[in-house]
Design a protein around this ligand. Structure first.
Ligand SMILES: N[C@@H](CCC(=O)N[C@@H](CS)C(=O)NCC(=O)O)C(=O)O
Length: 201
């Protein structure tokens, strides 16, 4: 069955996951196109879907065909009437900062997979850990990053689960602070249901 909103990305969470969480908490049915074979994207869909700037993730909603993960997220926030998740008043800039920062950490964690030995340790200590420490300090004892639930928490959930899965020792350094928020977010009924399903990456 074809749904109106189509979200295309690789099989893993990566840059599509905050948008997937947003769609899930909004209760919207969407077509979650996952590319597990590079040839299916690069050799088939990349230039066949009419995307002006072909890339992954992409979103197709009727005539709307967009790429860039942040643009996709913002489109969905407005489309799904979830603008309150962008934060109140000047908090908007902090939510935006956290979205960018967490995206940046995700990119660096991806780069880390291509490094080895001392190079890897140096990159982790100098390019990744300081940014995670900033988030750790900012969260402190708050219930949510901003003190109330925002889009930044959806980015955090994706990041924290990724860190815990692939870098459990690093996650442990922050677990006392991060675990509470992860548990709280995973308990949101739509997210709990989604995580329990096989389609959750
Ligand atoms: N700035 C872009 C980066 C997109 C990007 O780097 N996509 C990677 C996966 S994370 C990719 O494999 N793109 C497929 C391609 O280059 O065709 C975004 O945030 O969406």
């Amino acid at each position: 069955m074809a749904y109106k909103i189509v979200l295309g990305y690789w099989a893993g969470p990566g840059k599509a996951q905050p948008a997937r969480y947003l769609l899930e908490i909004s209760g919207v049915k969407y077509q979650d196109v996952r590319y597990s074979k590079p040839a299916d994207w690069f050799g088939k869909d990349k230039y066949a879907l009419g995307l002006p700037f072909p890339n992954l993730p992409y979103l197709i909603d009727g005539d709307v065909k967009i790429t860039e993960s942040e643009t996709i997220f913002d489109y969905l926030i407005h489309k799904l009437n979830k603008t309150q998740l962008l934060g109140q008043d000047n908090d908007k800039y902090t939510v935006d900062t956290l979205r960018n920062l967490i995206g940046d950490i995700g990119t660096r964690l991806q780069m880390l997979t291509q490094k080895e030995g001392d190079d890897k340790t140096k990159f982790l200590n100098e390019q990744v850990l300081p940014k995670i420490k900033d988030i750790h300090k900012f969260l402190g004892h708050k219930e949510y990053l901003l003190g109330y639930f925002t889009a930044a928490d959806l980015y955090f959930l994706s990041f924290a689960r990724n860190l815990k899965k692939f870098y459990p020792e690093t996650y442990q350094e922050f677990a006392l602070t991060f675990d509470g928020l992860v548990t709280r977010l995973e308990a949101i009924p739509q997210i709990a249901a989604y995580i329990s399903e096989k389609r959750h990456p």
